[in-house]
Design a binder for this molecule. Structure first.
Ligand code: NDP
Length: 247
């Protein structure tokens, strides 16, 4: 049976990687999907893939860190789709560097996209969730937000920040029938992680008890669970999907 029959989901960063896998998983479970990405072509390509699964899809090129663009897009999305049931704040970037050498620009870029972006997009849709007295919000954090990582203080701060954001909004919105949860992926094979060299990959593998890297589909499966009726009593949680890296 379709777990998300006739639900409408918005997935930010849906143009590639984990966001694309979530969009397609949701569509295969009966959801219509709004794909938001920085690059129009990426969003449109995934929207086409959703349509090929027999569901409705809309593509929007929006920078989630741009407050005016987010609020204009949310208005258009609500008008086009009629309502939204599930929001996945997945858009994220890295700009790695050691603290001493990290520029203000790289700090701001990562915090603006990963943390402020989730705030802006959630704020843009929360009124409609409150009105309909239902909604599922998923925020893509990271194991790096739980344990930190040398060379990623900006990324770790943004992902740890998302956990506080998840828990606070879960408390604020629970009485309105809205759940808010985070997923903390470990090392997942996508464009974001493709730049690691062999030595780094071998070193990383040693820290993963299951001995393999994750796939975008592993995260999509967790997102499906949290968005599905099966998770109606789960809110304010961080679901770690990491091959046992953090335990
Ligand atoms: P990718 O780099 O493969 O894809 C990122 C997506 O986010 C792209 O579609 C990109 O758009 C979009 N995006 C980036 N910045 C913005 C922005 N400002 N506004 C709108 N869209 C934006 O990343 P992953 O799929 O690997 O990661 C997805 C999420 O999961 C991220 O939040 C990441 O931090 C998190 N994560 C990933 C892990 C991994 O191992 N891969 C581990 C832990 C967490 P476009 O296609 O147009 O460039």
């Amino acid at each position: 049976m379709s777990q998300l029959a006739n639900q409408i989901a918005v997935v930010t960063g849906g143009g590639r990687g984990i966001g694309r896998a979530i969009a397609l998983k949701f569509a295969s479970e009966g959801a219509d999907v709004v794909v938001i990405s920085r690059t129009a072509a990426n969003a449109e390509k995934v929207a086409e893939e959703v349509r090929a699964l027999g569901r409705r899809a809309w593509a929007y090129a929006v920078d989630v860190a741009d407050a005016a663009a987010v609020s204009a897009a949310a208005e258009q999305i609500l008008a086009a789709a009629g309502r939204v049931d599930i929001l996945v704040n997945n858009a994220g970037i890295t700009k790695d560097g050691l603290l001493m050498r990290m520029s203000d620009t790289d700090w701001d870029a990562v915090l603006d996209t990963n943390l402020k972006g989730a705030f802006l997009v959630t704020k843009a849709f929360v009124r409609s969730f409150i009105k309909q007295r239902s909604g599922r919000i998923l925020n893509l954090s990271s194991v790096i937000g739980l344990i930190g990582n040398a060379g990623q203080c900006n990324y770790a701060a943004s992902k740890a920040g998302l956990i506080g954001f998840t828990q606070s909004t879960a408390r604020e919105l629970a009485s309105r029938g809205i759940t808010v949860n985070a997923i903390a992926p470990g090392f997942i094979e996508t464009d974001m992680t493709s730049e690691l060299n062999e030595a780094m990959r071998t070193e990383l593998l040693k820290r993963i008890p299951l001995g393999i890297f994750g796939a975008a589909d592993d995260i999509a499966a967790a997102a499906l669970y949290l968005a599905s009726p099966a998770a109606r009593y789960v809110t304010g949680q961080v679901l770690t999907v990491d091959g046992g890296m953090v335990m």
